[in-house]
Design a protein around this ligand. Structure first.
Ligand code: ZN
Length: 245
């Protein structure tokens, strides 16, 4: 995937810095050596204590070069978001980096789960632009529920735009306290009139171009709200005008 070159090697789904961060923090906070990972696509959810899963999908140069650069570009603020260390200022440039990171991570989660909900060419397109591809929304918020570790919930869906059914994927995931949601449509639908989303999300993509303070409105999702957000659709209203309200 990504560059299309081989050979692909066994690479961790999660970069070392996130693995180390979570292992250390969970041991310190909960006294645990292992932690729960809960992942699901469609209605299948599984629990595992394996977090350092590898997939044979990425080549060595991709992993060591641009993917590593992408991790380093978000680490200064994403680390604080994952550990829930107070409020974090996200400048417009940070939001674009974080949206790109969340997009790349969503593709990796899809590979990890072997769900193949995202078409293959998406990774190739992402490799060229290093930015979210196509009709895509990405939000970020905070989670303060009972579970530690990692959680991902995916939902394929169709959007009805004037009788035209457009397939898409919604993926909600969190790393300890940092939550992300990606809403992706398989093709552009022209214009959307408005996007409504929960006030505990910040929109990272499409970029709004203004500085954000995370978590949004000092708000965080509890377990019920997080699951609710993962399972319900945002109100994206498609219409003739292209304003983003
Ligand atoms: Zn590569």
């Amino acid at each position: 995937m990504f560059c299309g070159n081989g050979p692909v090697t066994n690479e961790h789904v999660w970069p070392d810095w996130i693995l180390e961060l979570l292992k250390k923090e969970i041991k310190k906070t909960y006294g645990l050596k292992k932690f729960w990972v809960k992942v699901g696509f469609n209605e299948q959810t599984r629990m595992t204590d394996k977090f350092d899963e590898t997939v044979k999908r990425v080549c060595g140069p991709c992993n060591r070069e641009w993917m590593n650069d992408l991790e380093n570009s978000v680490k200064p603020f994403l680390q604080r978001m994952i550990l829930g260390q107070g409020r974090v200022d996200l400048l417009p440039d940070d939001q674009i980096k974080l949206a790109s990171w969340a997009f790349k991570t969503s593709l990796m989660i899809d590979f990890m789960l072997r769900t193949n909900e995202f078409p293959r060419e998406l990774a190739t397109k992402f490799y060229k632009t290093r930015a979210p591809v196509g009709a895509c929304f990405i939000w970020s918020g905070a989670y303060n529920g009972r579970e530690h570790g990692f959680n991902a919930i995916g939902r394929p869906f169709y959007v009805d735009v004037n009788g035209d059914l457009i397939p898409g994927v919604k993926l909600t995931f969190r790393l300890r306290t940092a939550a992300f949601q990606l809403f992706w449509l398989s093709r552009m639908t022209g214009q959307y009139a408005s996007v409504q989303y929960h006030p505990a999300w910040h929109q990272l993509w499409p970029p709004k171009g203004e500085a954000l303070n995370w978590p949004p409105n000092n708000n965080a999702f509890n377990d019920e709200q997080y699951t609710g957000q993962a399972n319900s659709a945002h109100g994206i209203i498609f219409g003739p005008t292209g304003t983003d309200e």
